[in-house]
Design a protein around this ligand. Structure first.
Ligand code: KG4
Ligand code: ZN
Length: 348
């Protein structure tokens, strides 16, 4: 519909420079430039390198998105940008660019939360999100369960990781198995040839005593250590490490906990919709297990297609579009980049 808002979204919180354009819930463009290859040899994202890459990529990525959507900046109704959380220097590039474009084209600007955007992106595929919904957010930097009463104005955190994020656990375990960075997609691939029941790795914070204080919290550092010990014992014994079995068993442990706690949160809150977002939501086993177990509980699972799960500009545009449609006021032009923006702040 032509009367739906045309919103451009800019994402620069980590290593992907993304510019997306949506009209209402319709995706028109999703341009992406990644600096991931520049970080791979360091085994993690190097903030300075990421900032510089964003600076080089932002204008070409912007031009590519506008061309892909067949619109000009003058046609756009609002510009949304990730204001946090993320790497401070990386965020600054996107926020400064958004302000520059907004001033030049006299458009309102919305500084938005990256994590809320990981939830909002699903509306591009499945339409408006029924509220309340439970959201499971699993990325390289965050693992959270939230209750989404009103995505435009605020979400209620139910729990979060007390140590490593789920994606971080994938990346660390991949590293000790000799797989490249970022490890999630490599573990996913290796696991397909492995037996998920080969090794019984621990399920963090699922014992009855832990559930009292940490019903919806996650812990993956014990699992990572258990994998490391198991691999070391094999190596000490001079035996080959069955990479596919370790990957499958590790992945099974992570997914089991994520899906179990998410469905528990749905039941306890009387919620029938579970939305899963963030880079780890691209995991094939997580997707299959969530579908299977949710169906048995009468819960509908919504997951964006894998390409929209990892960081991109479309997710920021999707949240911006939702804010405009909900009548939320734009941000002030002096909006800050906030590397530690709390999950409860949807826009600044
Ligand atoms: O959301 P995202 O792109 O960036 C952050 O906001 O952190 O998530 C990146 C994380 C990385 O840790 C990566 O290994 C993980 O998502 N990831 C996956 C898969 N694809 C990406 N983890 C498991 N399976 C995958 N297929
Ligand atoms: Zn992300």
């Amino acid at each position: 519909m032509a009367d739906e808002p045309l919103v451009l979204g800019i994402e620069t919180s980590c290593d992907e420079t993304g510019v997306g354009i949506v009209r209402g819930h319709t995706l028109l463009a999703d341009a992406l430039a990644s600096s991931v290859e520049q970080h791979a040899r360091f085994g993690g994202v190097v903030p300075e390198v990421a900032s510089r890459a964003h600076l080089e990529a932002i204008v070409p990525t912007m031009d590519r998105a506008l061309a892909e959507a067949g619109v000009t900046l003058a046609d756009v109704d609002a510009i949304a940008v990730t204001a946090g959380p993320g790497l401070a220097g990386a965020l600054l590039v996107g926020v400064a660019a958004a302000k520059g474009y907004a001033v030049a084209a006299e458009k309102p600007v919305y500084g938005v939360n990256h994590l809320a955007a990981h939830v909002a992106v699903d509306t591009l595929e499945h339409g408006p999100l029924p509220e309340p919904a439970v959201a499971l957010l699993v990325s390289g930097g965050h693992s959270s369960l939230l209750l989404v009463d009103d995505l435009a104005r605020g979400v209620t955190p139910l729990g979060a990781t007390i140590d490593d994020a789920a994606g971080e656990a994938f990346d660390k375990v991949a590293r000790l198995l000799g797989l490249p960075f970022p490890g999630g997609p490599y573990i996913d691939r290796e696991a397909r040839a492995g037996d998920p029941a080969a090794i019984g790795f621990p399920r963090g914070l699922t014992a009855a005593k832990d559930l009292v204080a940490h019903r919806y919290d996650f812990s993956f550092s014990g699992l990572k250590t258990a994998v490391a010990r198991w691999v070391e014992a094999r190596q000490r014994a001079g035996e080959a490490v069955p990479v596919a079995d370790v990957a499958a068993s590790f992945q099974e442990a992570v997914c089991d906990v994520l899906v179990g706690k998410a469905l528990d949160a749905c039941r306890a809150n009387g919620v029938e919709t579970l939305v899963i977002g963030g880079g780890v939501a691209a995991n094939s086993r997580l997707r299959a297990m969530a579908e299977e177990r949710a169906a048995k509980r009468g819960v509908r699972v919504r997951m964006p297609r894998p390409k929209l799960c990892t960081d991109n500009g479309a997710m920021v545009a999707a949240l911006g579009s939702h804010l405009v449609a909900s009548g939320v006021a734009p941000s002030r032009l002096d909006l800050p980049a906030d590397s530690a923006m709390p999950l409860t702040t949807v826009s600044v």
